[in-house]
Design a protein around this ligand. Structure first.
Ligand SMILES: [Zn+2]
Length: 761
């Protein structure tokens, strides 16, 4: 098949050009070979990416002295995940998990080499800080959250410390296998390996097992701002997860510490990309790790590493023990052990070295790393070289700048740019069609559908366009030469155009288009979108009470709040759950109630709260009633102090909306008081999160406001909300259970009980 077009010219050309053109022409099979080569390279990378190190068992210890033994970490994680979700404030997290860690650490201390000095400390800490959460923001306060901390003393007198951090708490919806149990287990094994060695590191190593990360980032804040060992910490190795299993990737270093990558390059299984750092630090990903707290509140530098594979399991019940391959333990354990050892001896700890590093691994075999300024030089050199090659290619085919050759170049460039536009538009149209057909995100559970839905039509359409523009106007050989020599960046377009031009048969286009149509049929026939990947849904069975200025209840109701986390909610479920057809949008209530009347648990939720829906129901069962009281103190004619006390479960959120011409001047929780991004009737709203850990106290704080002279009215609207998220405090009513039982198997439900009470004070 295929007819060589070397002789098919539609324009007059200079004779030398035709002669040279034939030497440089590309036979049709080159395009196919190039595509096959790229596909197999992709397959190779895919296989390499999946390959995990061999986990070491206890039996292997004798032949691998001083090595990380995955088997021990495996058993630790089994014990941790068997407890169930370890939710900050719950008995499991605050007692069982803490006691388990203490017993394991004490065992390690008992068996340590006699030359080592180890100290265990359990910190019970309270505090608050302003959490900047991507265009929202909240005052994040905590009471008696816990940190289990071990210090392995170094031999140097400098007393610098390396901090290694992971969190043993989990979200309520997950047993926290990868997030972050595997890292807790790995840290225990690293501690054991270091403590049995006869040689001491130069600097101290501090192992921080923190008990409140998901709340968010509270225990890390408590440690770095208040613990006696924090001020000597210079660098941190933070171990996290936003997926389940796979390899732990280095996705963030710094700030201003190019020397850190030198030590990362020494780990046995390097796996890191500076691109991740760029993406993460740009703020596109609405997530943060304890790394930010150590950096911003403690001035630490360091490395942030996380498991990202199988991101759809993140924070679900599928992030469990059974979904973690044994090689994952070896990957994090061996890498982190090497890093801890080398950083603890690093002379750079006491020096500052500004600059940034560019780094990436090659097939996970080794790490390439150079400074940012070297990166700039390399980039400029590549650009100059590319332009040089382009100019050389043009000259070598004696491509004189005549009127007709300018026309060729114009057409070639025009056709290429047009093909990109067509490709972009086609993707948008397909997305729009899927959206109109209520099949948004059909690919979510089956990512391979992206190939059929988007990749094939994009390539087919842009390729077709190039094919026809060539047929009508262009010369194949000139195109191939200019493109093949010049622009590496657009290799996809080049390759596809080569195939289209040379294989002048409809098959090349028919096959992918047919394949694609088949993909559409399959999607329309099956409800596939969430069957492989569970669809996360959040319901809050909420009791609401509205009080007037005298403190009397003027209205009350109850219902299910449905936080619509994606485009398909709640419509896609109305066939399963009949009550969903009665769902009312809360948007029109946002002027009536602060935060649209929702008991939000995270500042990030502000951005999507107006998409929530509400289904009226009977009252929930509040196992621990929420109570709010306040005292008002007139300090001066323009200053009022409120003493507020709230009791109930361990999680509260408060929204404070001062009236017009009233200013909040002080909140006893934080030094500097800042409103959130949300407003209520054009007034600022202060968003306060509160989490209790081990303690059983009430939440109390004082609030000072400034009012105009001789003010005798109320100063602010306040909504007090609480959430019952774990078995110690949550009690679902039979009606709520029946409601939940209607959901299909692929719906991964987060179903909590909540209260939302408003007051005017
Ligand atoms: Zn985590």
């Amino acid at each position: 098949m295929g007819r060589n077009l070397r002789t098919t010219y539609h324009f007059d050309m200079d004779p030398p050009m035709i002669a040279r053109a034939s030497i440089h022409s590309v036979p049709f099979y080159c395009g196919i070979c190039a595509i096959l080569a790229l596909c197999s390279l992709y397959g190779f990378v895919y296989l390499i990416d999946d390959a995990l190190p061999t986990p070491l068992m206890v039996n292997d210890e004798r032949s691998n002295p001083g090595a990380f033994i995955a088997e021990r970490a495996i058993w630790t994680l089994k014990n941790l995940t068997d407890m169930g979700p370890r939710i900050t404030g719950s008995h499991i997290n605050e007692y069982l998990a803490v006691e388990y860690l203490k017993s394991q650490i004490n065992l390690i201390i008992e068996q340590a080499n006699e030359s080592q000095m180890l100290k265990l400390d359990v910190q019970l800490v309270s505090g608050a800080y302003y959490l900047d959460a991507h265009a929202s923001g909240a005052i994040n306060s905590y009471h008696d959250v816990q940190n289990v901390i071990v210090k392995l003393h170094g031999r140097d007198v400098t007393q610098h410390s390396i901090l290694v951090n992971s969190h043993f708490d989990s979200v309520p919806t997950s047993p926290g296998g990868s997030d972050d149990g595997i890292n807790v287990a790995a840290m225990l094994e690293i501690l054991r390996v270091l403590s049995t060695s006869s040689s001491k590191p130069s600097n101290n190593v501090i192992f921080l097992f923190n008990g409140a990360e998901e709340t968010p980032l509270q225990a890390a804040h408590g440690f770095i701002t208040q613990h006696k060992w924090a001020k000597h910490c210079k660098a941190v190795i933070n171990l996290e997860a936003a997926g389940a299993g796979g390899k732990i990737i280095l996705f963030q270093t710094g700030p201003e510490t190019p020397w850190l990558t030198k030590y990362y390059a020494m780990v046995p299984y390097p796996y890191g990309q500076v691109a991740g750092e760029e993406i993460f630090q740009s703020g596109i990903i609405p997530s943060d790790t304890d790394f930010r707290i150590f950096r911003d509140f403690g001035g630490l530098v360091g490395l942030d590493m996380a498991f990202f594979k199988n991101g759809y399991r993140y924070h679900t019940k599928y992030d469990d023990f059974s979904h973690i391959p044994h090689g994952s333990y070896q990957h994090v354990g061996a890498n982190a052990l090497s890093l801890v050892k080398n950083l603890a001896d690093a002379p750079e700890l006491s020096q500052s070295a500004p600059g940034k590093a560019v780094y990436f691994d090659i097939f996970t075999w080794f790490l390439v790393s150079y400074t940012n300024s070297a990166g700039v030089i390399i980039n400029v050199a590549i650009v100059v070289l590319s332009v040089g090659v382009f100019v050389y290619s043009i000259r070598s085919i004696h491509f004189g700048l005549t009127k007709s050759t300018c026309k060729y170049i114009g057409l070639v460039l025009g056709a290429t740019i047009l093909s990109w536009l067509v490709a972009g538009t086609s993707v948008l149209i397909i997305a729009l069609v899927l959206d109109l057909a209520a099949k948004t995100m059909s690919w979510y559970g089956n990512p391979w559908l992206i190939f059929g839905l988007y990749v094939v039509p994009t390539l087919a359409l842009s390729g077709c366009l190039l094919f026809f523009t060539n047929h009508e106007n262009l010369s194949l050989n000139i195109r191939c030469q200019i493109q093949a020599h010049a622009v590496r960046l657009i290799w996809t377009v080049i390759l596809f155009s080569m195939v289209c031009f040379n294989v002048r048969s409809a098959y090349a286009l028919m096959v992918p288009v047919l394949f694609n149509s088949l993909g559409f049929v399959v999607i329309y026939c099956c409800r596939w979108q969430y069957t492989v990947t569970k669809w996360r849904l959040a319901y809050l069975h909420t009791s609401r009470r509205f009080h007037n200025e005298s403190g009397d209840i003027v209205d009350s109701d109850a219902g299910y709040f449905f936080l619509n986390l994606d485009r398909n909610s709640p419509g896609v479920l109305t066939n399963y759950v009949k009550e969903l057809s009665e769902a009312q949008s809360v948007a029109k209530r946002c002027d009536q109630y602060i935060m649209c009347g929702l008991p939000l648990g995270h500042a990030k939720m502000m951005e999507i709260m107006q998409y929530s829906t509400w289904i009226p129901s009977a009252q929930p069962n509040l196992a621990v009633p929420m109570e709010f009281s306040f005292e008002k103190e007139i300090l001066t004619s323009t200053k009022i102090r409120y003493n507020l006390t709230i009791s109930g479960p361990d999680r509260f959120t408060l929204y404070l909306a001062p009236k017009e011409s009233v200013t909040v001047t002080n909140l006893s929780l934080v030094d500097e008081v800042k409103p959130s991004a949300a407003t209520f009737k054009h007034r600022p709203v202060y968003f306060v999160l509160y989490q209790r850990g081990k303690g059983g106290n009430n939440f109390s704080f004082t609030l000072d406001v400034e009012v105009p002279g001789n003010w005798n009215g109320t100063a602010m609207d306040i909504a007090v909300t609480c959430r019952y998220v774990h078995e110690d405090t949550m009690n679902r009513t039979p009606e709520f259970k029946t409601f939940l039982s209607q959901f299909p198997e692929w719906a991964d439900l987060t179903a909590w009980v909540a209260a939302y009470y408003t007051y005017i004070i």
